[in-house]
Each structure stands twice: as C-alpha cells, then as structure tokens.
Design a protein around this ligand. Structure first.
Ligand code: GLA
Length: 352
C-alpha cells in the first residue's frame, strides 16, 4: 500500500519543528524528505535480489544538516550553480548577489533554498504519495530582484519514480534556476567509479579555474566527457584532461540533445554489482554531473560512513551555469506575467 507518514525530525535554532515525511509506494521504494531545505534524507531501493539499500548520501539525524555540508539531497535556488562575479543585469540594471564561492555566487547564496524551512503539505494523490513544498522568497534576498513564490512537489509513483515538479512566479523580472542536489550511490557504499553512465548529450560546457563556463560548447567526441555510449565513470575520471584536472573529476554541465521542454531521458546510471539502475528524465536543457570531488573523508555521514572523494554522483538537471551573464545561453529570466516550471523524474529499476 502506498503511504505517507509524518514525524518530527528535529528543531531549528529558533525552536521550530522540522518535519520528516516518509513516502512509500507499496513495492519497495521509500523516500524520506524533510521540510528543511526540501531535502531528500534517504531513498531506499531494492537490488536485483530484492535487498534494499539507501542510495543517497546524507546524515541519519537532523543536527548535522544544520552544519556546513555540501548540499546533500537539498533543493537548490534561487539559482543553481554559479553566477560569475556574483552579479548580473536585467534591462540594463545590475544586481549584486551574495558571493559565497570565492567572488562568485553558488547555489542561491548564503541562505539558499537548501537552508530554509519550507511549508509542507502531504497529499495522497492518485499518482502516489506527494509532498508539496512551498516558499515565498522576498525581493532583495541574497540580492535577487522580485518577490518569488516557489512550489516544488515530490511525488513517489507506483512506477518507482521520484518525480519533482517545480513551479515559480515573480512580481518583477528576475532569474531562476532550480534543481535537486542528491548524491547518488547505487551500491549504497564505496565510490561511484564502477557505476556505468550514459548521457543524452553530445556537447558539454568547459569551465575556467573557478568552474565558470567559458562560453564554448565543446563536442564530447574523443574525450573523457563522451557518455553517449554507456561506460564506467572510473574509466575516464582520472584522465590527463585539463577540464577534469580543474574540477578534480566531473563537475560540468552537459547540453542535453533534446531541448524542447518535453520530459525526456537525460541520464542513465547503473551499478553492475547490485543491478540497481537510475534513469533521469527532465524538461531542462542541461545536466550538471558532479562526481563528489570536494568530498575528502572529513564528513561523517550515515552510519558513520566517511564520505571520500567520488563517493556519490549528483545529476543536477538545470539551465546552464552562469546563463545570466552568457549571451549565447538560453535565458533564465522569468517575467511577472510568466510562469517558471519544469519536471525531473528519477526512476529506479533493476537489471539482471
Ligand atoms: C555543485 C557544484 C560543485 C560543488 C557542489 C557542492 O554540484 O557544481 O562545484 O559546489 O555543488 O559541493
């Protein structure tokens, strides 16, 4: 039976309760999501023998989520990824954002959507248990113009899909780029080097030393960035390639071949050992593939695990990084009479 249950997970410094919701779809997939950061705390999925494992990095308890951590499982906004120089212009007016990654703006700034307590409403829908998260972000927060109303709905379907529907509207022209930041490890432990990845992308965006796109749209052909045919992540990650050296692994945005706004396959990830597979579908034009390069064993995560470099893979569906400053990239401006919306689906299954 599909179900959604609610419990108190912890308290905010001011004393407000943080709620944890457990969504189960009745045949083995279970997602636990808290309203702090709209964070996916755990995701349990069966392997080819029906053995369950938690396939996302994070913490067992609430308290460590309040300390510095690299966005485990969070919703990211208002603007996922980097904005160069922490500034951008709309209609000739320049806006200054908080600089929280050197001189650049990353993942919404100091208090991005990953660090706020969302309003949450559990719903038992005909498609499966749902958690509707909403937030009102005031004009000027982190430097962004316009009041912004955001709603993100997680749905756990009977087809073993965790679906995210994002919606936002603003009362002034502003920029937006929302995403979800889970670190997947389909084996439930170890690194993701043996995971096999396929991406529906023939070009990617090379970056500079600050991980800001150069503006060039480079072909993946003949490079370690070529995942047009499924291949293990470890097969290329240590190559002598300047782009990989700059980032310490993959931390790049691939341009998805299909960009029509239709929800299509962007990435397929597979762990040959367990048989667990994850397919990512999206309406977004890009996918940032981040191989956990900044993890260095200093964080003690679930059940005491020390998360080492490359122990999780983020598949962040989104608009291209730094789009507000890059004339050749698609616009991320939302107008007051327009609606921002997109859908991303994480579908789990097993291969034998
Ligand atoms: C994103 C970025 C990475 C890094 C992580 C968080 O995926 O692209 O460079 O900032 O978030 O550690």
């Amino acid at each position: 039976m599909a179900s959604i249950a609610q419990e108190i997970f912890g308290q905010m410094p001011g004393g407000r309760n943080v709620e944890l919701y457990t969504l189960a779809n009745g045949h083995g997939v279970e997602a636990r999501i808290m309203n702090y950061g709209g964070t996916l705390v755990s995701l349990r999925a069966p392997d080819r023998n029906g053995v369950h494992a938690d396939v996302v990095l994070g913490f067992d308890e609430f308290a460590p989520y309040l300390s510095q951590h690299p966005y485990f499982g969070c919703l990211i906004g208002r603007y996922a990824n980097r904005i160069a120089g922490a500034s951008f212009s709309i209609d000739g007016k320049t806006y200054h954002l908080s600089a929280n990654d050197g001189r650049n703006h990353l993942h919404g700034g100091r208090t991005g959507f990953d660090k706020i307590l969302w309003d949450a409403e559990p719903v038992e829908s005909s498609e499966g248990p749902q958690l509707v998260l909403s937030h009102f972000s005031r004009a000027g927060e982190e430097g962004y113009p316009g009041n912004l109303s955001v709603e993100v709905t997680y749905t756990l379907t009977a087809h073993d899909e965790l679906r995210l529907d994002y919606r936002a509207s603003a009362d002034q022209p502003t920029i937006i780029n929302l995403t979800h930041h889970s670190y997947f490890n389909l084996a439930g432990a170890g690194t993701i080097h043996d995971h096999v990845l396929r991406l529906a992308a023939e070009r990617y965006l090379p970056v500079d030393a600050e991980l800001i796109p150069l503006g060039e749209q480079r072909s993946v052909q003949g490079t370690p960035f070529d995942f047009t045919v499924a291949r293990s992540i470890g097969s290329g990650i240590s190559s002598d390639d300047l782009q990989l050296k700059l980032a310490g692994g993959y931390d790049h945005c691939w341009m998805l071949t299909q960009q029509s706004g239709v929800c299509t396959l962007a990435a397929a990830l597979y762990d040959p050992m367990s048989g667990r597979a994850l397919s990512v579908f999206t309406t977004q034009p890009g996918i940032q593939v981040y191989s956990g390069n900044f993890l260095d064993g200093s964080i003690q995560g679930k059940q005491g695990a020390r998360y080492q470099r490359h122990s999780g893979l983020c598949l962040e569906t989104q608009h291209f990084p730094d789009s507000p400053n890059q004339l050749t990239f698609l616009s991320t401006v939302v107008e007051p009479d327009g609606q921002y919306q997109h859908r991303t689906i994480f579908r789990f299954d097993v291969r034998h």
